[in-house]
Design a protein around this ligand. Structure first.
Ligand code: FAD
Length: 529
């Protein structure tokens, strides 16, 4: 049995961030990854067509670009190049108009103002508020809870952005923020669409913060993509870790964490190997698997096991990838070609689709997030073609289908029929879309979980992002930090605060906690000697 200072279970972005930080501190670190490649939900492949790179899961990384942790790693020295589409985000509507978020805020404002005079100035005012407090807010959100230093930093800026009025705006549901600040449809489609990146209903608190955060990140850092495919981000983290002497083992699914006297001492893999950890085990593992499978109930307080029974997953997901022979034949061309685009007829229709998913109904007109990857990064497919994807959420356990007779079993036939429904949404906005398709791939909820065990039933964020499971309630009430009831074991996945998205915060928070505790143990042992 080999012994390392730390074992990291899972080589998703959070696991790789934790592994890098621990190796930076001089620890010997072993990463055990169940799949044959690093990345978790940050991967790319050429399965669909040899000439087309498809991002298997995630694709756009504003949170990585805004994360001081990921920036501090200098991944550009390990082969990462960020690239941007001409416009950050677009929202085409059935009447042929587009809402466009350009990285240059003056251009965004000009386009909004042309559609509704006054909206340009209102947009620039929102950007101005964000300039004053946005950096501090992002830092506070990505720090361990409670974010003492960064929280105080944000509080010190609060007066300059209007004090409690600003706090109130951030707590206001997305659809109310847009109706109170803007007259035309464009800003609303952008903010509400961005709120839809989390599973918070658009008429619930928390959605406004998400919508403003993502829109303002689009305005400040853009929605960058790694040149060559999403996997390049994970591989640059891997290369950096390996350059520090770190070791990764593949096809090494951890099935058990050994606990001795309430302290995690090592792990066992599915093929029976055992590995010992001197100081810490960081689990880049979704909370229900960590607490429900890898630890014995005897290793946990009853309050943890019973709280985990109430853990809420986020909704399921269906993703479709296309290799296209040409660009998407939009009915009307946008002023600037966007990398990301959203599909919904209106904010109201978006709200309806979200509501249906919450009510466990499969939407007839799914709200879709989509990406024109060759528009963002011309290396993704041959010149003149497009590598395209779209995903949408569906209920984890559907009770009915608003658009037909799907049952939510998500077998091959249901996946394909639902993908037809999604494709028809694009066809409506881009007549002739179907005739540009060379190949199509559907990744349904089951396939998602097969490719990454953390994506239980196609849940992409390690648990719901709704307020009742955020901050000190994540993953269960009273936790809110990476420490677990087992000493030396840290939860470093998206199931920990602050949740999903590629920013590395759960991984970094876990690694920092492990280092602090190891130092304290060393000092305590010295004092007791
Ligand atoms: C379809 C989709 C689209 C998304 N789009 C975006 C986006 O555009 N931008 C964005 O910022 N975020 C996006 N996300 C969310 C983001 O990808 C995740 O929040 C993020 O990857 C979570 O990182 P993680 O390291 O916690 O877990 P994961 O990325 O899920 O990685 C977990 C890793 O642990 C491994 N593992 C699990 N269990 C074990 C075990 N028992 N033993 C060994 N290894 C194990 C898995 O194989 C996997 O490699 C998307 C996610 C999905 C699925």
């Amino acid at each position: 049995m080999t012994t390392h200072d730390a074992i990291v279970i899972g080589a998703g972005p959070n696991g790789l961030v934790a592994a890098n930080h621990l190796a930076d501190k001089g620890w010997s670190v072993l990463v055990l990854e169940a799949q044959t490649e690093v990345g978790g939900a940050v991967k790319s492949d050429r399965e669909l067509h040899p000439d087309f790179v498809q991002d298997t899961f995630s694709a756009f990384y504003p949170l990585a670009e805004a994360s001081t942790t990921i920036r501090s790693f200098g991944l550009e020295d390990h082969g990462l190049t960020w690239v941007h589409a001409p416009a950050v985000l677009g929202h085409p509507t059935p009447d042929g108009s587009w809402a466009i978020l350009h990285r240059d805020r003056e251009i965004t404002a000009r386009l909004f103002d042309a559609a509704h005079p006054g909206d340009g100035a209102a947009w620039l005012e929102l950007c101005g508020l964000w300039d004053r407090i946005g950096d501090q807010m992002v830092r506070a959100l990505l720090s361990p809870f409670p974010p003492v230093k960064n929280g105080l930093g944000a509080l010190s800026k609060l007066r300059s952005v209007g004090g409690l009025d600003f706090v109130k705006m951030m707590l206001t549901p997305a659809n109310e923020i847009v109706s109170s600040r803007f007259g035309g449809p464009g800003p609303g489609l952008i903010i509400a669409g961005n709120a839809g990146h989390a599973d918070i209903p658009l008429n619930a608190p928390g959605s406004g913060l998400m919508g403003v955060l993502m829109s303002m990140l689009g305005q400040t850092v853009g929605f960058p993509v790694p040149q060559g495919g999403a996997g390049e981000l994970a591989h640059s983290l891997r290369r950096r870790f390996e350059s520090l002497g770190g070791e990764i083992r593949y096809s090494a699914e951890v099935t058990r964490i050994d606990v001795d006297n309430r302290r995690a001492t090592g792990v066992r893999t599915a093929d029976g190997e055992r590995f010992a950890a001197r100081h810490a085990i960081v689990a880049d593992v979704v909370a229900p698997h960590l607490y429900g499978r890898m630890l014995s109930p005897d290793d946990l307080p009853v309050r943890t096991t019973s709280a985990m029974r109430k853990f809420d997953l986020d909704p399921s997901t269906v993703k479709v990838d296309w290799a296209l022979s040409g660009p998407v034949p939009w009915a009307s061309q946008p002023a600037y070609a966007p990398g990301t685009f959203h599909v919904a007829d209106s904010v109201e229709q978006m709200t309806e689709a979200h509501g249906q998913v919450s009510a466990r109904i499969i939407p007839a007109k799914p709200f879709m997030l989509a990406g024109q990857m060759t528009t963002s990064d011309p290396t993704r497919s041959p010149s003149g073609t497009e590598s395209l994807w779209a995903y949408t959420h569906v209920p984890q356990h559907a009770v009915s289908d608003a658009g037909g007779d799907l049952t939510g079993t998500w077998d091959h036939d249901e996946n394909e029929r639902f993908a037809d429904r999604m494709q028809a949404r694009i066809e409506q906005l881009a007549p002739g879309f179907g005739s540009t398709i060379i190949e199509r791939r559907v990744i349904g909820p089951r396939e998602m979980e097969q490719r990454d065990a953390n994506l239980i039933g196609g849940a992409i964020n390690g648990g719901t992002s709704q307020l009742h499971q955020e901050l000190i309630f994540r993953p269960v009430p009273g936790m809110g930090r990476s420490e677990t009831p087992v000493h030396g074991l840290y939860l470093g996945s998206a199931s920990a605060h602050p949740g999903g998205g590629v920013h590395g915060a759960p991984g970094m928070n876990a690694a920092r906690a492990a280092i602090t505790h190891a130092r304290v143990r060393k000092i305590t042992r010295g004092l007791l000697r």
